[in-house]
Design a binder for this molecule. Structure first.
Ligand code: BGC
Length: 889
């Protein structure tokens, strides 16, 4: 559907040529190679002037060897270490994983995963969690938190690390990524946003024989081949929010992007990140993602981690002594090394880490992988085993509950009403029996550990639990208030095999709670979207006896749920990964202490095969290939991932993006659209780039408000959501504009009967598309549809606005008409007719074009009326003039 004859020709020609020249990598990248962007832009400290001045002063006092020390990791007590320069009072920099906890630490908390935060749709929660996590990093003497994650975004539901990040929707991820960064940095810790960019699969994430993720065939890492518009509107989008929020550091990724490795890709590091987004901090390599010295440095890499090519030793290194040599022999300019050093030191001063920062916890080294005998420096330690947990458990419990999505609840099954006989089933319900730490997916089965609640995924993004509350224990404690009988069988195989609930008696219980889990880990992708450990069969077995079966999942990503329509399955909770208080958070929702308010940050489709539009690159042929460039992942679905795909192709799903039930009900009314200015230009006025890009992109240009009312009988939080139907750009493109995209959400707590205004501020970027020809964000000439509601398919109020006056020409023959050119907002009734009130748009209403009300009106339904197909010339994803050229080295 999205391919064109010209593209097929290109690929065919490529294949022919490639067979004659295995080194010609450009033929393997559907979109051409990654173009060279040099030189690497020098930081100027914009926005961080005082810190930049201090950093410059510091760097000016360093010897060449000391500058090199700043940019090269070294064995030490943290997962990443920069050596000290004691003569200048600098004790070095300690970098620690990861996105949900300080992992290499004792007496630290494990917070809910990014996925759970995404399911909460709560910006404030993301901010507070960031601050709480950072307090623990700081208490342990860690300057840098290696998180949060916005890559993977979640292009494929099978992605092993999706749970470390937030959501496949770039807007939702962007907001929560930025809030997390602000929370972390307000606490005085540097955030490191990762993995930049296109790190959408674990399979072959590294070259064969490299760090986990590689296969045994001799091959380079997978190349994520992403066109320019998709790059900007999907994968780069949340990173722009992160840079705008002041992120100190960005970690470049293992994979290749359009043929060139993430940590030596000058287009993405020099071009997108430093030039276009104006990033003033430093780029750190993922661990062993550096594959060259001078070329990587020139492409924008500032810090090499862990430093040594062999991981545990400091030498040999692509950086280290080689950087000194390169400066001395003139192959690397000293000014670039100075820039790297200043970029590294600026956040350190900006966050006041030069004074009073706690020393590294003396227990850190023992939890880390570097043998002490490999250390080159005497690091400065504080006391051992500092307990940094504070009272974070409270917020963790609340956040875990906020990230639970109630998918089904028939006959008010939930909240539970003092059931007398409770059955608890499933291997996710009980305590961990294999220990509290699961770093490596490789040491575990592909489904993780069999017994015990799943509170976090595996790999470097996991946490070392000091305790975890399992659901069974939490149920026992809560149900004691009702003198309930709590009977349990935690062995899935036993129940399925005997096909009964035995030894439960009396049977069936009043309610059967089935706890299921789904493992996901760094280093491998999931091989199924079903729940693990035969969970589907478990539900069916339990439900065949128990007509009141409640299913609760703890999952590191999305699950398809074949039992969703089983009439005996009366309620379903998707509880994601709750961290150390997982069981308490679930029980709070089960018993109604907390009214569920989570909403899906992804779509639950009907079948696994519904997700085949964005596959993980993998096959037997690839696994056995002798072609070193064979691993290619073409993002041919372009902008259409997750709900954008299902909406565009009008596919029914079980539970759509944004969906979530509550114990109360909400209504929405009074949609109003207000323009900030009566005349808007198609592009932001040229301006000096600041962190985040052209500041004009971040200016509010429209404000949409709606009244949300709690129409039920209990207090609860609604998540009003705003979607826009943006026009298809007039240029012929190989991609299509989604039917609607999320552009606002505001978690709103309401007492029963209460109302509040939800306000969505639309920035220029929110209503623009990335124009591959002009290389700028451009506001289209046509009408923009406004859809407000409580999920991507529960739209309660619609409206429209046309930002550019006098547009009036050349429509695209369907979908949006040409130039209705009305700056007055219009509000139309939703399908249910529940919207009242009229719009209060302001601005110029002059139209020089032909008003075409019918085109506008037909444009707002999903799956119909939009001009889905744009033929014409194949421009190439980077635009005619913007193809990424051949790989630079
Ligand atoms: C991961 C990073 C992590 C680093 C250090 C890498 O394998 O991809 O996310 O921060 O290891 O543990």
């Amino acid at each position: 559907m999205l391919s064109s004859p010209s593209k097929s020709l290109l690929v065919a020609a490529a294949t022919l040529l490639a067979s004659g020249n295995a080194q010609n990598t450009s033929y393997y990248t559907t979109y051409g190679g990654s173009p060279p962007v040099y030189p690497s832009p020098n930081a100027t400290g914009i926005g961080w002037e005082a810190a930049f001045a201090k950093a410059s002063d510091f760097v000016s006092q360093l010897t060449l060897e000391e500058k090199v020390r700043l940019v090269t990791g070294t064995p030490g007590p943290c997962v990443g270490n920069i050596g000290p320069v004691y003569r200048l009072g600098f004790n070095g920099i300690c970098l620690q994983d990861g996105p949900l906890a300080i992992r290499e630490a004792d007496y630290a908390s494990v917070f809910p995963a990014g996925l759970t935060v995404a399911a909460s749709w709560d910006k404030n929660l993301a901010h507070v969690r960031g601050a709480d996590m950072a307090a623990e990093f700081k208490g342990k003497g860690s300057h840098v938190q290696l998180g949060p994650v916005a890559g993977p975004l979640g292009r494929s539901g099978y992605g092993g690390r999706n749970w470390e990040g937030f959501s496949p929707d770039p807007y939702l991820t962007g907001e929560l990524f930025a809030e997390t960064i602000m929370g972390i940095e307000e606490t005085g810790v540097q955030a490191c946003g990762k993995h930049f960019i296109g790190n959408e699969q674990e399979t072959q994430r590294n070259p064969s024989g490299g760090f986990i993720g590689g296969t045994n065939s001799p091959a380079e890492a997978v190349s994520s081949n992403i066109d320019d518009r998709t790059m900007h509107e999907v994968y780069l989008w949340p990173f722009a929010n992160g840079v705008k929020a002041g992120v100190s550091s960005i970690m470049c990724s293992y994979n290749r992007i359009n043929g060139s490795y993430g940590c030596e890709n000058s287009k993405v590091l020099n071009g997108l990140l430093k030039e276009e987004l104006g990033f003033q901090g430093y780029v750190v390599s993922d661990w062993l993602a550096t594959h060259s010295g001078v070329p990587s440095i020139k492409a924008g890499l500032d810090m090499d981690m862990p430093g040594g090519i062999g991981f545990l030793d400091s030498a040999p290194s692509y950086f280290g002594a080689n950087v000194s040599t390169a400066v001395n022999n003139g192959s690397l300019e000293l000014s670039r090394l100075d820039d790297m050093a200043r970029r590294i030191m600026t956040p350190y001063y900006r966050l006041g880490q030069d004074s009073g920062f706690p020393p590294i916890d003396a227990s850190s080294g023992g939890l880390n992988f570097f043998p002490v005998s490999n250390y080159l420096y005497n690091f400065t330690y504080g006391p051992a085993s500092v307990d940094v947990r504070d009272d974070h458990a409270k917020a963790i419990r609340a956040a875990g509950a906020a990230g639970i999505v109630m998918l089904k609840n028939v006959n008010n099954t939930l909240p539970l009403k003092a059931p007398k006989n409770i059955g608890v089933y499933g291997n996710d319900a009980g305590d961990l029996i294999n220990g509290l730490y699961s770093l490596s997916g490789l040491a575990l089965s592909v489904y993780g550990y069999e017994y015990g609640v799943l509170g976090a995924g595996g790999g470097s993004g996991t946490g070392r639990f000091t305790y975890i509350v399992n659901p069974l224990d939490a149920i026992k404690i809560r149900s004691a208030q009702d003198d309930s009988l709590v009977q349990y069988v935690l062995n899935n195989t036993l129940i399925i095999g005997q096909d009964s609930l035995s030894p439960t008696y009396p049977t069936p219980p009043d309610v059967c709670l089935v706890f299921l889990k789904t493992w996901a880990t760094e280093g491998s992708d999931r091989n199924s979207l079903l729940v693990d450990w035969n969970g589907t069969a478990l539900v069916e077995t339990v439900a065949s006896t128990c007509s009141n079966t409640v299913v609760i999942t703890n999952s590191g990503g999305l699950n398809v749920l074949p039992f969703a329509n089983n009439p005996n399955v009366t309620a379903i909770l998707a509880a994601h990964l709750g961290g150390q208080e997982a069981g308490n958070s679930i029980v709070d929702v089960l018993y109604g202490t907390v009214n569920p308010s989570g909403h899906l940050p992804y779509t639950i489709a009907k079948e696994e095969s519904d997700y085949s539009f964005a596959p993980i690159a993998n096959s037997t042929a690839l696994l056995e290939t002798t072609d070193i460039y064979a691993w290619q992942s073409d993002f041919t679905e372009h902008l259409l991932i997750d709900y954008r795909h299902f909406d565009y192709y009008n596919i029914s799903v079980d539970y759509e993006f944004g969906f979530g039930l509550s114990y109360t009900t909400f209504s929405m009314s009074n949609l109003a659209i207000t323009a900030s200015s009566s005349s808007l230009t198609a592009t932001a006025a040229p301006a000096k780039v600041a962190p985040g890009g052209n500041p004009g992109l971040w200016e509010t240009v429209y404000t949409v408000t709606a009244t949300v009312t709690n129409t039920g009988s209990v207090a609860g939080a609604a998540v009003p959501q705003l979607y826009l139907g943006l026009p298809q750009p007039t240029a012929d493109l190989d991609d299509v504009t989604p039917i609607k995209v999320l552009r606002g959400f505001e978690k709103t707590y309401l007492e029963a009967g209460a109302s509040a205004a939800a306000t969505f501020e639309l920035m220029r970027r929110d209503i623009s598309y990335w124009d591959i020809i002009s290389q700028d964000w451009v506001i289209g000439t046509s009408t923009i549809g406004v859809f407000a509601g409580f999920s991507s398919r529960d739209i309660r109020a619609t409206g429209s606005f046309t930002p550019l006056s006098g547009s009036g020409s050349s429509g695209n023959g369907g979908g949006y008409g040409n130039g209705t050119a009305s700056a007055t907002a219009s509000v139309t009734a939703s399908p249910s007719g529940s919207v009242s009130g009229s719009a209060t748009g302001s601005g110029t209403a002059s139209a020089s074009g032909t008003a075409s009300a019918s085109a506008t009106a037909s444009g707002y339904g999903w799956g119909n009326g939009w001009n889905h197909h744009y033929g014409g010339d194949q421009k190439g994803p980077w635009g005619n003039a913007h193809h990424w050229g051949p790989p630079k080295q």
